[in-house]
Design a binder for this molecule. Structure first.
Ligand SMILES: C[S@@+](CC[C@H](N)C(=O)[O-])C[C@H]1O[C@@H](n2cnc3c(N)ncnc32)[C@H](O)[C@@H]1O
Length: 290
């Protein structure tokens, strides 16, 4: 029987970035091209035949489907049983459509068309590294309040003892499962996934459980609870002495970002954090517990 790692490593996921390379190579008369079949993580040799494209896994895809992928710059596709299916889904839980959108590096997740990572002048992977850098060293037990594609949880788990990550919407987990960049979320034993509302789930941990909390919520207008004084008081309780939180907010130079940042900093201080400092490169703030 195949284990999960084998299934995932055999998974072929493509976007317009790879299929355009295939079409271009075919048009130049090539019969083989090296492209990524896991959204830029690794490269494989793909055979370009007259009817279809053949992958090293034995899967193939006809040129019509390859063209369809090339025509869509906002979706990633999983190749399965000789067909390409867009990685997206409607969440019964939230009534929102979720999807995986490619970039030159790691993909981002779209919720109702809104990207969950920074993609302008950067990419989701660099965005994740900036968040981790703002709060490093990331050691001990870590709480990641909103899993999304799991990038912050996966990066934190590289140095932390253990990472617990919470996601409210099962559809986000479904999308992550099909994303090659999210694999460690499912097979790194240092990561525990919880499905639930971070606002409630954080109360279930004992006081002083975490050294570091990574808080990367959707924008204020979509998740107001996660920017509230009450939530910050809950965060303070869950943090150990000398613990700290990185709170992603958004572009501090934008009108909305500046206003939300000022409100977040005020409420974090009101909640009892002794020091609250801006982390503008990571579009957030870091707050320290005594
Ligand atoms: C900006 S994304 C998180 C990105 C994540 N840090 C990553 O590295 O991929 C926000 C996520 O929070 C989830 N979410 C929204 N409200 C939540 C809540 N109350 N509790 C837990 N997760 C929530 C959304 O479904 C979405 O997947």
């Amino acid at each position: 029987m195949q284990n999960l790692r084998d299934v995932l490593s055999n998974m072929i996921v493509l976007s317009y970035l790879q299929t355009r390379q295939m079409i271009e190579a075919r048009d130049h008369g090539q019969s083989v091209v090296a492209v990524s079949t896991d959204l830029n993580l690794t490269e494989s040799e793909v055979k370009l035949q007259s009817e279809n494209v053949q992958f090293p896994t034995g899967e193939s895809l006809d040129w019509k489907s390859v063209q369809e992928i090339s025509d869509n710059e906002t979706a990633c596709y999983r190749v399965e049983e000789y067909t390409a299916k867009a990685i997206k889904g409607f969440s019964e839980f939230s009534g929102r459509v979720f999807g995986l959108m490619p970039t030159e590096a790691a993909p981002t997740m779209l919720i109702s068309g809104i990207p969950m990572h920074r993609i302008k002048d950067t990419n989701p992977y660099q965005d994740t590294l900036n968040k981790i850098k703002a709060i490093k060293p990331v050691m001990g037990d870590v709480l990641d309040t909103t899993t999304g594609l799991g990038y912050t949880a996966i990066e934190a788990a590289k140095t932390a003892r253990h990472v617990t990550t919470i996601e409210i919407d099962p559809m986000a987990q479904e999308i992550a499962r099909q994303n090659p960049w999210s694999q460690a979320l499912f097979d790194n034993p240092k990561i525990t996934q919880v499905i639930g509302d971070a606002f409630d789930e954080i109360e279930k941990f004992e006081a002083e459980s975490f050294s570091v909390i990574l808080h990367d919520p959707p924008m204020f207008s979509l998740a107001g609870d996660l920017y509230s004084l009450e939530f910050y008081q809950r965060v303070l309780r869950a943090l150990k002495h000398n613990g700290r939180i990185f709170h992603y907010i958004g572009d501090p130079d934008s009108k909305t970002g500046a206003r939300v940042t000022a409100g977040v900093m005020r409420r974090l201080q009101e909640a009892g954090f002794i020091r609250v400092v801006r982390a503008p490169r990571a579009f957030g703030v870091v707050a320290y517990k005594k």
